[in-house]
Design a protein around this ligand. Sequence first.
Ligand SMILES: Nc1ncnc2c1ncn2[C@@H]1O[C@H](COP(=O)(O)OP(=O)(O)O)[C@@H](O)[C@H]1O
Ligand SMILES: [Mg+2]
Length: 289
Amino acid sequence: MRRRPSARPLSRRVSEPDSRFHVKRRSSPAPRILAVANQKGGVGKTTTAVNLASSLAVLEVPTLLVDLDPQANASLAFGMDYRAGGPHVYEAMLGRQLLSDISRPTELENLRVVPAHPDLVAAEIELVDIEDRALLLRQAIARDANLPAIIVIDCPPALGFLTLNALVAARWVLVPLQCEFYALDGLARLTHTIGLTQESFNPELGILGLVLTMFDKRNRLSFQVAEEVARHFPELLLKTRIPRNVRLAESPSYGKPAILFDVQSSGARAHLELAEEVLARLSDVEGVV
Ligand SMILES: Nc1ncnc2c1ncn2[C@@H]1O[C@H](COP(=O)(O)OP(=O)(O)O)[C@@H](O)[C@H]1O
Ligand SMILES: [Mg+2]
């Protein structure tokens, strides 16, 4: 994989980093940050984030998965149960700990996970008086010199404070679309929110791609949705389709990504393909910042 340093390091694009931390110079290029977002629930965000991050790791790209959903499903998919305690992403957003310090190892050498906690639900209300509350995740990333090449953020099913933090921190958005009748419903609102985020906080934010999830080749509707998305967004639609595959639904209950649960499954293979396509797209678009 080609890795070019981005024109402007992230650390210089954010407001003053927290002075309580010694901000070390990055020895490697700033991480590429990818938010997996769609305000609809159940469309495959967490499944995509977990299995894409795992596949990137298998492809030897050091990756950090940040769980930003109070439901903490991505954390649970790696067997990280918030009931067992331990620091979670909010600690880093509040500047109390570094993301790299609270990230936890997984069975995959190149993948670490920053878990979420249901307490995140309260964050929006707790932080109502803090002016920079949309910048918390971005600042947490900027003050951390020990982050890997790629950060994948799993967003909650809403366009509130947490997804906004992800969009402000990210360079790219990956949008999973479930192959069902209302697949494109809500996409206009998401792109509107992305537009507002660009204007107010993050002019470089862009959509890396739309990925079809739960594609069922025995179902005509899946093909119709694929055609419709391709017609409206020919440039954005990724070639890789994630099939409906029971292994993807089962693996979280074993605390493993699909690639470790059943590497031969169609779901595991599709996510490996997705990771390759994402890497190819990132190196295509990187120079054109
Ligand atoms: N490709 C797939 N094949 C089968 N089941 C899937 C697939 N993708 C997601 N699921 C299941 O659908 C449900 C919703 O997926 P999830 O990734 O949690 O969506 P979201 O994070 O957008 O709410 C989960 O139970 C998940 O296991
Ligand atoms: Mg989810």
